[in-house]
Design a protein around this ligand. Sequence first.
Ligand code: FAD
Ligand code: N01
Length: 531
Amino acid sequence: MSTENNFDAVIIGAGFAGMYALHKIRGLGFKVKAYERASDVGGTWFWNRYPGARCDVNSLEYSYQFSDELQQEWSWSERYSSQPEILSYAKHVSERFDLRKDIQFETKVTQLEYDENAEVWHGQTDRGEEFTSRIMIMATGCLSKSNTPQFEGLNQFEGQLLHTAQWPHTEVDFAGKDVGVIGTGSSAIQLIPIVADQAKTLTVFQRTANFSIPAHNSDMDKKHEARVKANYKEFRAQNSLQRSAIGMVPNPVSALEVSDEEREQTYEERWSVGGLPFAATFNDLGIDRRANSTAVDFVHRKIKDIVKDEQTADTLCPDTVLGCKRLCVDSNYYETFNRSNVFLVDIKQNPIKNITKDGLVTADKDYKFDSLVLATGFDAMTGALADISITGREKQTLASHWSEGPQNYLGLMVSGFPNMFTITGPGSPSVLSNMIVAIEQHVNFITNLLDFMKQTQRKTVETSEKAETEWVQQVNAIAAQTLYTSGCNSWYLGANIPGKPRIFMPHIGFPTYVEKCNEVAAQDYRGFKFS
Ligand code: FAD
Ligand code: N01
């Protein structure tokens, strides 16, 4: 292998995590390269091009803060920006910081093996290339490995088959078509109102009803933007103190301690603001079933007010705890079911038996379509890592180390896998926070640690099994105090993928996590071993 392919650090992925990691690691003077299987930067926003895709965290927050010039010069056009605008932002960042020259696109890393003697990682790509690197940064994404359920007959479908997370780059025209959508998660809920507007008919196949809160998206309020920009640092710092690092004001009051009138009025106020802050209407919605059921009842009433057909409304009412699955945020989702061309099928009652060449068959009926959209989500948090064959010390594979579920320390490092870091992996706040904030915190922690190694002339860092076991116990103990583990079957638990170990993966609470990381760093990186 030529020395051209020997690196100090290799990053896998060029979404927001990989891009920032590349920028920061360059700053350490390292020889660094990123591999990305897509043809451009953006990650999530490169792949998820379905109509209606947009963020559900305010754009003034869902953006980088590491460069004040960047955050001052960029302007978002909407409160929750659309996928094309977020992708333009990612491209702008890559150009502004000249990132592309160190990213190799259309290249998937397929294999990584640790060489204990040389203390380097050997990598292979799907193009047959090889590389070595002392440091590996896994910026592979939590929601980047799409999930295509193994429906019988799927490959026999002769119409147009689409997946929300692998959407074509050219416009998909649904005009005059009969369309089926399988799934009613966040992606489906964003897509359904738009497809319904274009298609001749739209049939939605729902297995589990989801809670959705109106986005009330709007054009960016320029005065608000100017106020935030005048004080951006303070705004960011305040938001980072919130449990999800999102600037939603939590109401420090129990849902059970207020009168019925006050409770109803408070829910109404939050519903009219819209979006994720609804989950923080009262301080016990995530921990107390009785409190949570007041929110459930409120949303059920809203659904029944909006949706005219009684049976459809009943089917749309979730029977799970609110917020246990990620809350969806929509524009006209429930209203769409009042259209005469839209039909809802409850596949919990009548499961899909198989896909046919021109539609699908459920337990009680045949359906025919021109287009079938799979809005069936992701093998979340571990899927993209499991997609790479990774072998660490003593020939142990990551797959065998994680056979009972992911184990790591601070969500950053796995024992037996030296010098390999995961960004926003399981065990970190990641998907339960504003992810760009979580990404920056992780990358800063990792690059500070690498700088510490450089200054103290250490070659390798790894964590111990003890640190890892204690961390996983702590993550689980926090989750066990909430309704996340008992209130539903979510992808946070791996429950959406048949055979995946059922374990709650994210760490709940961004500020407490940051505190812990800072404490670890201040104690010469307690829980990490250096050589
Ligand atoms: P990704 O953006 O997933 O990037 C990972 C990259 O790694 C991908 O481009 C992938 O191609 C590449 N890759 C993976 N494996 C390999 C390999 N073996 N070889 C080469 N390349 C590889 N989060 C929020 O906080 N707020 C939101 O509003 C929000 N909205 C979302 C909307 C949608 C539709 C989805 C799907 C997710 C949303 N998220 C949101 C979560 C989102 O994933 C993160 O906010 C963020 O974009 C993740 O960035 P990342 O760089 O960590 O991962
Ligand atoms: O995926 P999901 P998603 N047969 O897993 C159904 C982020 N995001 O792409 O619930 C039949 O939520 C499945 O049914 P069930 C956000 O973090 C954010 O929508 O398992 N149905 C479910 O209805 C989000 O949480 C935004 O019973 C099957 C759906 O498919 C995450 O990405 C927008 C099935 C999958 O829903 C994932 O969202 C989009 C089967 N075999 C995404 N398998 C924003 O708004 C699965 N389903 C910011």
